[in-house]
Every structure is written in C-alpha cells, then in structure tokens.
Design a binder for this molecule. Structure first.
Ligand code: 13P
Length: 248
C-alpha cells in the first residue's frame, strides 16, 4: 500500500516567526501519524522551518526553484542552494507559477530534472482550467502535462517523484472536485505513468489531490483508491485545520 502524503503549500504567506510557531504547535499533534507530513514554505522561512522541524516527523519543502545551478539569474534560487540547507521536497509547476510567472511544460521539465540531479524530490503539479474541463479536455490536458513534465526521466528516477493533480478551478475557490472525479483524474494520470514506465512504477507513485482540501472533506478524498493524500493551500495555514487533515 502507498503511504499517504499530506503536503501544505503556504504560498506567499507566513513570516519566519509564524513558521516557527506553527511548527512548534503542530509537532505534538502529528507526531504519531504514519502519514508523511510536508510543509512547503516561502524561501525566507526555509532555514527557520528546517531548524524547527529537526527531530520531528515534519519534512520541509520549497515552492519553486531555478533549473540552473548558479549564475546571473537575479532573484532566483537553485536546487543546489535548497539542497545545501537540507530541503527535501520542492513543488514544481504549480498552476500559479504557470499562470503568473510564465512557466511552461518545458521549464517545468527542466526544473524537475535539476531537482532530481540535486537530490530533491519534486512535487509536480498538473491540472486543467474550468474551460478545458467544460470542453471535455481535462484528461487530455493533465495526461499531456504529466508526460511533458516527466520527459527524459528514466525509471530509476521515478521513485523520487510525487505528482499532484490540482484542477485550477478548485484552487482557493472553495469548490472541491468530487472525490469520484478527483479519483478518476488521478487514475488517468496513473495510467499515463503506467504507459510510460510500466505498471509497477505506476502502482508505487504517489499522486496527491489539491484544490480546497479541508478538514471536513479530506477523509472522503483520501479514502478513494487512487488519491494518495493532499496538497493543501489555505487550510495548511491553520494549525488545527491542517493537523485534522493530516490525521484524516
Ligand atoms: P487551496 O487548498 O487553497 O485551494 O490551494 C490548493 C493549492 O494550490 C495547493 O498547492
């Protein structure tokens, strides 16, 4: 059975002192869970969060990175830099980055490769817009995004990949995909992985659902056959709410 993974994506929220307080408060609440707990925090919170999370079962991730190791890229942070302070995960290709920062399937693929080369585990986001869903293109879009994100990776690298299905219309809107719809979309992503890398790898890969996950819908979503946990935005900013999702 695949282990459940609950990842918080704080987006551009939480100052370092708030990050420290959050981790101190949630640590005893989630210490006995068998689920993997990850907090993807803003760059400036990373070091503080890593220190606070030492000797706990909470993992720390970043929300983005550049694909080059170093160089004249003002304002960017590389995978090597993240790895050097002990970061384990990095979100790649979140729809907000695709939408507001012109990320493409090509740059997503470059970032995924750079993350792996630096020993980071990418959490790769895919998802369709409302318009694409209404046109009946959701499956085509998400399987294509998956294929392009993984382009050039070998089987061996797939064990360090986490995928996240985040329908754009469900992000921050309070609209959640029904557990059945989300599960079906995730199944189609898993089938794509099977087509590319074989059934065994597809059965092992972790695929999360993201989009208005809350304490009161987490259990239903996570008890489906193919949803392996959640990538949680807004609800990951509140200790109580997030701990309930982790324990759901
Ligand atoms: P919300 O949980 O706020 O809808 O955000 C989901 C998300 O984008 C996580 O990456």
């Amino acid at each position: 059975m695949r282990k459940k993974v609950i990842a918080g994506n704080w987006k551009m929220n939480m100052l370092p002192n708030e990050a420290i307080a959050f981790i101190e408060q949630i640590t005893p609440m989630v210490k006995d869970t068998e689920n993997e707990v990850i907090l993807c925090v803003p760059y400036v919170d990373l070091f503080y969060s890593l220190l606070s999370a030492q000797n706990t079962n909470i993992k720390v991730g970043a929300q983005n990175m550049h694909w080059e190791e170093k160089g004249a890229y003002t304002g960017e942070v590389s995978g090597q830099m993240l790895k050097s302070i002990g970061v384990e995960y990095v979100i790649i290709g979140h729809s907000e980055r695709r939408q507001y920062f012109a990320e493409t399937d090509k740059t997503v693929n470059k970032k995924v490769k750079a993350a792996l080369a630096n020993g980071l585990k990418p959490i790769i986001c895919v998802g369709e817009t409302l318009e694409q869903r209404e046109q009946g293109k959701a499956e085509e879009i998400i399987t294509k995004q998956t294929m392009l994100a993984l382009e050039g990776l070998i089987k061996e690298q797939m064990k360090n990949i986490v995928l996240a299905y985040e329908p754009i219309w469900a992000i921050g809107t309070g609209k959640t995909a029904t557990s059945e719809d989300a599960n079906n979309s995730i199944k189609s992503i898993r089938n794509k992985v099977a087509e590319l890398y074989g059934k065994e790898i597809a059965e092992k890969i972790t695929i999360l659902y993201g989009g208005s996950v809350k304490a009161d819908n987490a259990k239903e979503l996570f008890s489906t056959t193919d949803i392996d946990g959640g990538l949680v935005g807004g609800a990951s900013l509140k200790v109580e709410e997030f701990s309930k999702i982790v324990l759901a």
